[in-house]
Write a protein that binds this ligand. Sequence first.
Ligand code: ZN
Ligand code: ZN
Length: 440
Amino acid sequence: MEFRLDGIVHINYGKCGIGKINLELKPLGKCSRCKKNEAIINLAYARQRLCKDCFNDFFVNRVRRVVEEFRMFKPGERVAVAVSGGKDSVALLHALKKAFPEQDIYAFYINLGIKYYSDHLEKKVIELAEMVGVPIEIYNLKEKEGYTIDDFLLTKYKNKMCSVCGLIKRNIFTTLAVRVNADTVATGHNLDDTVSTMMSLFFAGDFEGIARLKPVLKPLIKGQPRKIKPLITTPEIEDLYYVALNELPVQECGCPHGEFTPIKGMKKWLDEMEKEQPDIKFRLLSVFRRKFIPLVDRGLGEEGVEEVRACTVCGMPSSSEICSKCRRVMELMEIKERRGEIKMEITFEELERLREKERVVLLDVRDRKEYEVYTLEGAINIPADEIQKRWKELLKYKRTHKVVVFCNAGRSSYAVAVKLRNLGFDAYSLKGGIISHIQP
Ligand SMILES: [Zn+2]
Ligand SMILES: [Zn+2]
């Protein structure tokens, strides 16, 4: 984020190009609240234009009100906050501490072992916890459980990475919260996340799923923490404003496994609707929460809720003897046992040896111009930001070739190689990029 002399705030989220957001906040005249400072944020649904200070107050007050209205926690209780390093959980931790300075707040971060991503986020969240003044516990998946999220590229879940990852994160957050005797686990789900998920589940006919999106979810097993969503009425964009205006440490790159999910499509659709009806997201949340969920809950009451017991491996709630997280991890460990560690990166020397004995297609994911100036012999060019649209051009190599992806330094090529593995290609990333070849 940077301030310019003409009063424009330039927000740059996702520097490395994956999940990039660029925003400009322009001066909008006098602030509707203090009538003194220059407003920079327009809240169309509230018919207000706010300056930085008034926006911060507004944001923190809303978090306080939601916590109190839904009785999310009481004074003296321990609140564990699941921090990922993304804008939502970063804003949540900061605002929660501002709204409840006396509360016993405890932060968790799970290092998922996603290359070029998780370690970067770990630094950010440690910096954040220090700044906010709360203790933080780092849980390293590789060290603690012997696998990483990247390893799931070896399994049949390679094209469902986000759902496996979500399952594992939820399970571990609850486990950690139980261990430190937390009364609640707070997550950064915002208004847009909640409403778009509700709509997607609605179209899929999963009404029980919608009922699980309450602001407060009671534990399925006695003694476990309840789950709360203090940002459930906070629009997604405002988390970004809050993080940028307060210069909080936040992730600079998107996850390489990020995929286009139905939820993202639904978000776009809601954003379009919002242009006509600025309060549409709030109204949908209210209809689901006040009218629809009570109806589903009553229906479930008659039929009887699915029986829940404790997983025999991890002790977390499960509908069968072993929970779905533990089952997926067991599947992964079996495959790792047979095939060894996952290999995503190869060096230039390994590439040369590989080309002697196997059919290899080289994929240059740098810009067209860079490709035209210099590339590796025989390489084809699809720039990294066009992969989503153009990966089908590679289909003809899928069964016959290994795909070796390269860029300048080996970072965006890694993300593309991951994406191609998600899609079922035998893809690798050239370690150190083309630079490693030019300057050995
Ligand atoms: Zn103001
Ligand atoms: Zn389990």
